[in-house]
Design a protein around this ligand. Structure first.
Ligand SMILES: Cc1ncc(C[n+]2csc(CCOP(=O)(O)OP(=O)(O)O)c2C)c(N)n1
Ligand SMILES: [Mg+2]
Length: 334
């Protein structure tokens, strides 16, 4: 495929065409898999699903800004496209969702969508929100002390920034100038609680100044904007420039989880607005309009993603459950 068709009047316009297509492919694979998980839940085949729909552009922007398998990621439960950007496949994800042997996150023993993926340096999600932020600061400090060049990236929602862990980790990151990027995927809700009930400021990134770290807010519905901001933050961290608090404004297109009913707190007008905030159609249209992709190629990517999800579902449904004796370990070793 030809390389380097400039796509937008943007710092990332010089991204190679292959990379742009890979970004679109990753977003598409994540979306198809996410949609399948909702269906599987409604069919009673899986116990739980928590969706990344509406966050894919932000997540792919972040994943593509990292050095895959070199930098560290401490994700949160909504980071489906982030972990897929770092190499997790639909098989890997569905093995976890079905709780089967072979699930790379935990061998089928963790809650679903609590990602962990050793080849991608993805460290395990814990259920209490925000615990990953001080862990990421800790690994960033260790890397700094060792003189390495790996960056720690960690993600959380805007509601989770109310937890003390967030403030403690950012304070530490500022004092020690850590190679850390804290990504806030701001979808304006913490389950049913709107952002205005969590903080009296306009941008989560306004808080950065209090800790002596950079604060940036970017449109996370635009994958290229998210990528540019994340790349800048990762490069800065790698070169000794310290931490960034990167806020990506996204939309949670679904209820909080498979067990939530958002019609109790979102109006029909809110729901109508959400329909205009899906990050996939604009990116698809832009790639086609600017000649990076044809309609037929886009359709082929979508068809392949669906076929891959079908195959992964068959594989995971037929995989064995872990034996009971595995329940208690191993936890810290292979
Ligand atoms: C310490 C802690 N408190 C409460 C919860 C329950 N809980 C799970 S997700 C969530 C909302 C988090 O919202 P936000 O940080 O905005 O992320 P989002 O789900 O919107 O992406 C809450 C309150 C939890 N898991 N851990
Ligand atoms: Mg939120």
């Amino acid at each position: 495929m030809a390389v380097a068709t400039p796509v937008v009047a943007h710092a990332t316009s010089m991204l190679p065409q292959d990379t742009l297509i890979e970004m679109f492919t990753t977003m598409t694979r994540a979306r198809k898999l996410d949609e399948r998980c909702w269906l599987l839940h409604r069919q009673g085949k899986i116990a739980f699903h928590i969706s990344g729909m509406g966050h894919e552009a932000a997540q792919v922007g972040v994943a593509f800004a990292m050095r895959r398998g070199h930098d560290f990621l401490y994700p949160y439960y909504r980071d489906l496209a982030t972990v897929m950007g770092l190499g997790m496949t639909p098989r890997d994800i569905l093995l976890g969702v079905f709780g089967r042997q072979g699930d790379p996150s935990s061998g089928g023993r963790q809650m679903p969508e609590h990602y962990c993926y050793k080849p991608g340096n993805v460290l395990s999600v814990s259920s209490p929100v925000t615990t990953q932020i001080p862990q990421a600061a800790g690994i960033a400090l260790a890397e700094k002390l060792k003189g390495g060049d790996r960056v720690a990236v960690t993600c959380l929602g805007e509601g989770s920034t109310s937890q003390g862990d967030f403030h403690e980790a950012l304070s530490w990151a500022g004092v020690h100038k850590l190679p850390l990027v804290v990504v806030v995927e701001n979808n304006e809700y913490a389950i049913s609680v709107p952002m205005r009930m969590q903080m009296a400021i306009k941008h989560v990134s306004d808080r950065a100044a209090a800790y002596g770290v950079r604060g940036v807010t970017v449109d996370g519905l635009d994958v290229l904007a998210a990528y540019a901001a994340a790349k800048q933050a990762v490069d800065l961290a790698r070169s000794g420039g310290g931490a960034t608090l990167l806020e990506l404004r996204v939309a949670r297109l679904t209820p909080h989880s498979s067990d939530d009913d958002d019609t109790t707190y979102r109006t029909p007008e809110d729901k109508a607005t959400l329909k205009t905030q899906d990050p996939l159609p604009p990116f698809r249209a832009r790639l086609i309009a600017e000649g990076a992709l044809s309609e037929a190629e886009a359709k082929a990517i979508e068809d392949r993603a669906l076929a891959e999800v079908d195959e992964a579902q068959r594989f995971a449904e037929n995989a064995p459950f872990p034996p009971v004796e595995w329940a208690a370990g191993p936890v810290f070793a292979d």
